[in-house]
Each structure stands twice: as C-alpha cells, then as structure tokens.
Design a binder for this molecule. Structure first.
Ligand code: NDP
Length: 333
C-alpha cells in the first residue's frame, strides 16, 4: 500500500516513515505541507517522491490507500474528514481532535465509508504494556486496587514550539500526554474512567497553556488511578505501577517511544524481574492497521479509543479549570 503523509512533522521523520517502510509492500508516496519549501525539503530529505501543499491534490492520487495525519492538533479533524470523503484509510495522531464531538464525527464518517480509522496510541503497542496487561488479565496481581502513572518528562528542545505556547493548535501537556495515559490505563484495566479531579499549572515552560497536571480518576470498578504528566521534569523518569491484593507491579521507563524500561513484580514469594518483547512500537501499530485494511481484526487503537482518550483529557482539563470533579462524557460511545 502506498501512504500519503499529511504533515511534514517530527514524528513522521523520526518514527513513522521508517515504520511504514519496514512493512513489506508499503511505501511513502507523498507528503503534504502548508509550506512548499518545507514540504519539498522534507520530501528530499526522506526520499519521498511527491510533495504537495494542497490536501485535495494528495487525496486525489488513486494509488494512495492510506494517510497518516501528524499535523498540529487543530488540523486533524478537517484533514481526516477530507480523507474519509476521498475513500482513504486514516491513521491519525492523538489527540484526534480538539473536541469529543469532532472525534465522534470522525468515527461516524469512517464507519459510514467502511474505512479503517486508527489512533496512533503507541504505548499499548509496547511489549512492556502488552506484558503488563497480560499479568493483570491473568489475575496474578489479584484484585486490582490502584494504578499510578508517572509521565512527567522534559519536553525535548526541538519540540518546544506550539506545544508550549499555542492553545489554538492544541498545545498543553493534557492534550499531548494525558491522552496517552488515558489510553494506556483503559488498555490495562479494560474499563473507562468515570469521574476525574485535576489540578494543572505552568511550571516554567507553558506560556498560556499548562505544562504540568496531576489528576485522580475513578473507574467504574472502584479502582483508583493517579496520573501525573509534565513537560518540565528532566530527571523524574516515567513509569506505571499497578497494585493488587496479591501483588504489585512496578514498570519503570516504559512511558516512552522506544522499547525500553524494566518491569518488576512483588508478591508473597518476593520480587522478580519480568522479560518482555522489545519490538518497535510504531511498527507493531502499523502491522495491526495494515491487517485491518486487509479485513483482518482491528487496529491496535481505533477511532473510538482515540475518542475516549480525548474525552478523559477534556474532563481533566475542565476539572483543572473549574476546580471540581468532572464526569467524563464519551458522547454515548
Ligand atoms: P511538529 O511540530 O514537528 O510538526 C507539526 C507541524 O508543524 C507539521 O505538520 C509542520 O507543518 C509544522 N512544522 C514542522 N516543522 C516546522 C518548522 N521548522 N517551522 C514551522 N513549522 C513546522 O510536531 P510533532 O511531530 O511533534 O507532532 C505532530 C503530531 O503528532 C501532533 O498531533 C502530536 O500530538 C503527535 N505526536 C504523537 C506522538 C506519538 O507517539 N503518538 C509523538 C509525537 C507527536 P506542515 O505540515 O504544514 O509543514
């Protein structure tokens, strides 16, 4: 399948082009940029045959079967809707949109057109998270009581653009990282956060947007979840802990783009380190996407997963803004 890249982005060049090309029979045919100069330079640098500045021109190419959307967040909705109208399968970056209503429209458009729609939530594709999910599902922790997510990192210098100063482009740490943590917790627990309470601040980087947030989520089963995301913590490290009646699981360095980190489990017999598969996260997601296009199974994270992670993030943002507990509104999904 030939792919069109919508957005001359960092994530496309650092991860996705390589991951697409690593799939047998998959190539990158074109890139869309709002700047002819940047688009051509991106195409040349990455060996892509065509660069366009007009989305309709890219979508009119019949040989392009799927598009990967990785523009700034405010553009995802209109670009995905145009792609569905043109009959292209869509792998879209998170957050899917700036509102849950828009995400719902995207889900409906894909369904009505019979097209595959996936969200690029890479963490659930990681060997570490697949292993954690399996341990929980096998009941090795007993009855799960609580989850703690540590995702306070240092935003790399080269990404300190719209994320830290442009609310209209979907900037802020909640849109950037809380969505990933919401998806990861949903993946592990198999249920959707019900109510959230949150506080957010700017702690040195955010200009008009929050760069740090802490929140507590109530799950329908009663499991408590605590989540911390930040752009300003150079040495905190990332991780997730899952605590149950029969054991506790500590995963360190696993909230990342690479197959890194360690998982240990402590129970009545002591502490053991767990092994897991260290495949490429984005390649794993693409494989599932391509299988879904071929009519087998579903993407690793589909459009509804993206809608739900966005709904949690929107509730966290609202709770922080209004200083009260907020029920997550999944718009009936
Ligand atoms: P970038 O800032 O690198 O790219 C976003 C847009 O910014 C591009 O589409 C491009 O516009 C424009 N742009 C890029 N470089 C320049 C430049 N030098 N000067 C001016 N404009 C420029 O964003 P990211 O790659 O970090 O993120 C893109 C999307 O991917 C976001 O939605 C983000 O949330 C998501 N993301 C997801 C990750 C994941 O693991 N799932 C990880 C990182 C990001 P144009 O296309 O018009 O040229």
């Amino acid at each position: 399948m030939k792919w069109g890249l919508v957005g001359a982005s960092t994530i496309a060049s650092e991860h996705m082009i390589g991951a697409i090309r690593a799939q047998a029979g998959h190539t990158v045919e074109a890139v869309l940029s709002s700047s002819a100069e940047r688009g051509q330079a991106f195409a040349t640098r990455n060996g892509i045959p065509h660069a366009f500045t007009d989305l309709e021109t890219l979508l009119a190419r019949p040989e392009i079967g799927a598009v990967y959307i990785s523009t700034t967040n405010e553009k995802h909705f209109s670009q995905a809707m145009a792609a569905f109208a043109a009959g292209k399968h869509v792998l879209c970056e998170k957050p899917l949109a700036l509102s849950v209503d828009d995400a719902a429209q995207m889900v409906e458009a894909a369904r009505n057109a019979g097209l595959v729609f996936a969200t690029n939530h890479h963490l659930r594709c990681a060997g570490a998270h697949l292993a954690i999910r399996q341990i929980i599902a096998e009941g090795r922790l007993g009855h799960v009581l609580s989850v703690r997510v540590f995702h306070a990192v240092s935003l790399p210098e080269h990404l300190r653009g719209w994320r830290i100063d442009n609310r209209d482009a979907g900037g802020g740490v909640i849109a950037d990282i809380t969505v990933h943590d919401a998806d990861t917790v949903r993946f592990h627990l198999g249920e959707d956060p019900k109510t959230v309470v949150a506080q957010a601040v700017s702690s040195g980087l955010g200009e008009g947007v929050e760069d740090s947030v802490m929140s507590v989520w109530t799950m329908p089963s009663g499991i408590m979840v605590q989540s911390h995301e930040s752009f300003t913590h150079p040495y905190a490290g990332s991780g997730i802990e899952v605590h149950g009646t029969e054991g506790s699981l500590f995963a360190q360095g696993v909230m990342t783009q690479r197959p890194t980190g360690t998982i240990t489990m402590t129970d009545k017999d002591g502490t053991v380190q767990l092994n897991y598969d260290r495949h490429d996260l984005y390649g794993y997601g693409l494989k599932a996407f391509n299988r879904a296009v071929a009519g087998h199974g579903r993407p690793a994270a589909d459009g509804v997963d993206g809608l739900k992670s966005l709904a949690v993030a929107m509730a966290v943002a609202r709770s922080a803004r209004e200083g009260r507990a907020v029920d997550v509104d999944y718009k009936g999904y």
